[in-house]
Each structure stands twice: as structure tokens, then as C-alpha cells.
Write a protein that binds this ligand. Structure first.
Ligand code: FAD
Length: 409
């Protein structure tokens, strides 16, 4: 059994989007950074439709250029369908200033592009290393890992950033997990060769379809640039048939939404469908003495507005500046400078997610006499600009949405 030891300014757990962005930004500030990643890239991950706001953080981390060059599917908005109702939002017409377009990405390729570009910036990534324990010592944090041969390693950092996503390493090890405010939901999904010939189908937008009878059941269709697409459904547990395998469940549920079924009637499943259940998660705190939680390792709300990667990158961007200050010896007020600003946007998305599942936001989105100014503000949130307090739907989301619900009911 090996017992190697190495020391760094910062150790990052996980090389997904939040791990890549935080470590690139820290390296740019001259810090030594080690990323420990359990798997080997490319590896599958769910979360394939980005929001334009995420481009800001990729750009800041010098990771945008390789993403642009990778040839991912261009994305400029979202389409919503409910039986015969149809509405679309073009993110370029949003209220907030900033990027109005982004990409739909296979995460295996996207995450590898980010991780490789991060390594090229001088960050060391150790693949195949699983973090099993952390110890907060007097001056440093000890991170204990095992590799795939069972060898153990101890790395030392002044600061630890947990970007382990659904691995939720620190929430589990430090007993920080708390129940999510959302009920348990499940999702079945796969990649298809979509064979969509419909001329009106816009590959530049994510298509969200609502079940004709259940407002809490919805489907995504995310086209990629190579003629394939990601398709999935979100359902409450009572609609899951335990006698069916994942592929059969997904096919049956797609069949219940006739417009989506018709659109994808020539599609071929590339892989058997997968299932993920109970993904919404929360924590009692986002930071502590010499550690911070990023992205999904902190809070995950719901997939409906494709906000996961954007929140992950926002958290990485916010945290990088504060980690740098702390490692340089400054005192950092993490509650005021990290928790509060990050939660502003998460709470905006939370308001939208709640209103989605109670049906009121669906009525707002399909309302056919939308006031153009309000539509642009709602569009901004759908584009990920959930931290722009110049937008009244960010500054006072709950009250504003309630007024709009009444108007559109
Ligand atoms: P991840 O991308 O999960 O990366 C974490 C990394 O940490 C992984 O590579 C993992 O291997 C590694 N790791 C884990 N444990 C350990 C360990 N012990 N030691 C070392 N390494 C470890 N988001 C969107 O933006 N758009 C979408 O369309 C979207 N759709 C979604 C659909 C569903 C059904 C779900 C459940 C989520 C969806 N999301 C979506 C959310 C998205 O998947 C996540 O928010 C995003 O991947 C979070 O990025 P991250 O960097 O925090 O973590």
C-alpha cells in the first residue's frame, strides 16, 4: 500500500464544471491547485442544456474558447408545449445585459473539454482518485484518497473546495445534509438518434413538453449538433411502474404526450434509459473553516430550468475570489460574500420551480397576452440571469410572480 503525501494551496474534489472553473480561476491568481477526480474522463453526466449566463463564468475562467471550438449545438432559447399550446422564449430578447446564446452539450465531451483546458492552464488533475476522508488539522486540510488499485494517498491544502456534484463528499463526511424543500421526483432519460424531419423543429432550443393531464410531469428534448438528442421525463414516484424497465417506462411516458411522441416517432434509442431519483438536495451550510461547497455538492433544486450548471459555475466564480483572499491571509466574510449572494439567484430559481410545479408558471408562460417588458424579464431568468437585481423578478421574485399569477390565471 502506497502512502504518498503532497501539499498545495487549494485542493478541489471533482473535475466537473464547477471544479474546472474554480481551479482555473485559482491558478490564474497564482495558487497551486490539485483536483482529485474519482472517474476517468470522458464520462457520462446528466445536465446537457446550458444557460447563457454560464458563458460569463466560462469566459472569466479562460474556458470559453475551447468550448466554442468544440462544435457543440448552438442554443438561443426554450420552447414550451402543453397539448396544443406552444410558446417560445428567445434568450437574445432578455431584459438583462450579457450573453443571449449558449450550447447544448453532451456532458462527456463538454466536461472533458473543460478539464483538459484546465490542465493546460497548469492545474494538476488526478483521475481515478476517490476522496474517502478529510481532516481539518491545525494549519492545513488533509484529504485522504484511494486509487483504483486500493493505494491510499494524503494530500494537504490550505483550503478545500468540494465540487463533487451528486457525490456530495463534504456534506456526507461532515454531516451537513438537510432535506430538500422539494418532494422526491424521478427522471428517466437516454440519448436518441432523433431522426426528426419536421421542418418547424428548432434544434437551437430546448423543448420542454408538459404532460397533457399532469402538470407535475414534464419532458425535455435537447438536440445535439450530430443528429442525436437527449430525451427525458420527470415524474413523481407514484407514476413509476415497478414492473417495467427504465427504457419501457420512458417509452410509455413519451407515448402519453402525443405531440412529443409524434415528433420522435422515428427516433432510435442509442442506449437503454437510465434513471435518477431523489436528486434534489440541500445542506445546513455552504462554507466552513477552510472549506466551501460548490455546485451540486451544495444545493440542487430541480432540472426544469436547466439551472444546474449555471449555479455550479456561479458558485465557482464567486468562491474563487474569496478562496484567493483567504489563502493570501485576508479575513473573508463567507456568509456575506458567498452564501448571501449565491442564495439570491438560487432563491429566484426556487420561486420559479415552485410556481412551475403548482402550475401557475405554466399559465404565465402560455399566457397569450404577455406584456413585452414583463416577458423580457421572465426570459432573463430562463436564460439564467437570476442574480441580476435590476430585474424586478429577481429583486422581489415571490411578490412579482404572485401578481403575475393572478393576471394570467
Ligand atoms: P458534477 O458535474 O456532478 O461533477 C462532480 C465530479 O465530482 C464528478 O466528475 C464526480 O466523478 C466527482 N466526484 C464525486 N465524488 C467524488 C469523490 N468522492 N472523490 C473524487 N471525485 C468525486 N443542469 C443544467 O445546467 N442543464 C440541464 O439540462 C440539466 N439537466 C438535469 C437533469 C436531471 C435529471 C438532473 C438530475 C440534473 C440536471 N442538471 C442540469 C444539473 C446538472 O447535472 C448539475 O447541476 C451539474 O452537473 C453540476 O455540476 P458540478 O460541477 O457541481 O458537479
Amino acid at each position: 500500500m502506497n502512502n504518498q503525501q503532497e501539499a498545495f494551496d487549494v485542493i478541489v474534489i471533482g473535475a466537473g464544471p464547477s471544479g474546472a472553473v474554480v481551479s482555473s480561476l485559482l491558478k490564474q491568481q497564482g495558487l497551486s491547485v490539485l483536483v482529485v477526480e474519482k472517474t476517468h474522463f470522458p464520462r457520462f453526466s446528466i445536465g446537457e442544456s446550458l444557460l447563457p449566463q454560464s458563458m460569463t463564468y466560462l469566459e472569466a475562467a479562460n474556458l470559453l474558447q475551447p468550448v466554442v471550438e468544440a462544435g457543440f449545438q448552438y442554443k438561443n432559447g426554450a420552447v414550451f408545449r402543453r397539448a396544443s399550446q406552444y410558446t417560445q422564449f428567445d434568450f437574445r430578447e432578455k431584459f438583462s445585459t450579457g450573453w443571449g446564446t449558449t450550447y447544448q452539450v453532451k456532458r462527456a465531451a463538454f466536461d472533458k473539454v473543460l478539464a483538459d483546458a484546465t490542465e493546460q492552464q497548469g492545474v494538476q488533475i488526478k483521475y481515478g482518485y476517490t476522496v474517502t476522508a478529510v481532516n481539518f488539522l491545525n494549519e492545513t486540510v488533509e484529504v485522504c484518497c484511494v486509487d483504483e488499485q486500493g493505494n491510499s494517498y494524503h494530500f494537504y491544502g490550505q483550503f478545500l473546495a468540494d465540487a463533487s456534484g451528486f457525490g456530495r463528499v463534504l456534506p456526507r463526511l461532515l454531516d451537513l445534509e438537510t432535506p430538500s424543500c422539494f418532494p422526491v421526483r424521478q427522471s428517466f432519460f437516454t440519448h436518441i438518434k432523433d431522426n426528426i424531419s419536421c421542418e418547424n423543429f428548432d434544434r437551437n432550443k430546448i423543448l420542454i413538453t408538459i404532460h397533457p393531464e399532469r402538470q407535475d410531469v414534464w419532458y425535455w428534448l435537447i438536440p445535439f449538433s450530430d443528429g442525436t438528442a437527449s430525451i427525458g421525463v420527470v415524474v413523481p414516484p407514484e407514476l413509476v411502474n415497478k414492473d417495467e424497465d427504465n427504457t419501457r417506462q420512458l417509452q410509455r411516458l413519451i407515448g402519453e404526450a402525443s405531440e412529443l411522441a409524434q415528433l420522435t416517432d422515428s427516433a432510435e434509442f442509442i442506449n437503454p434509459a437510465q434513471k435518477i431519483a431523489g436528486y434534489s438536495a440541500n445542506v445546513s451550510k455552504l462554507w466552513g473553516d477552510r472549506f466551501v461547497l460548490l455546485g451540486n455538492a451544495a444545493e440542487f433544486l430541480d432540472p426544469v430550468f436547466s439551472s444546474g450548471v449555471t449555479i455550479a459555475l456561479k458558485s465557482a466564480h464567486l468562491a474563487a475570489g474569496l478562496i484567493t483572499k483567504q489563502v493570501m491571509g485576508e479575513v473573508v466574510d463567507w456568509q456575506a460574500c458567498y452564501h448571501q449572494p449565491l442564495m439570491k439567484g438560487i432563491d429566484t430559481f426556487r420561486c420559479f420551480v415552485e410556481a412551475w410545479y403548482d402550475g401557475s408558471l405554466q399559465n404565465i408562460l402560455f399566457f397569450d397576452q404577455k406584456e413585452p417588458g414583463v416577458e423580457r424579464m421572465v426570459c432573463s431568468i430562463l436564460a439564467g440571469y437570476a442574480w441580476d437585481e435590476a430585474n424586478p423578478y429577481v429583486a422581489d421574485c415571490g411578490r412579482r410572480l404572485n401578481v403575475l399569477k393572478e393576471l394570467c390565471s
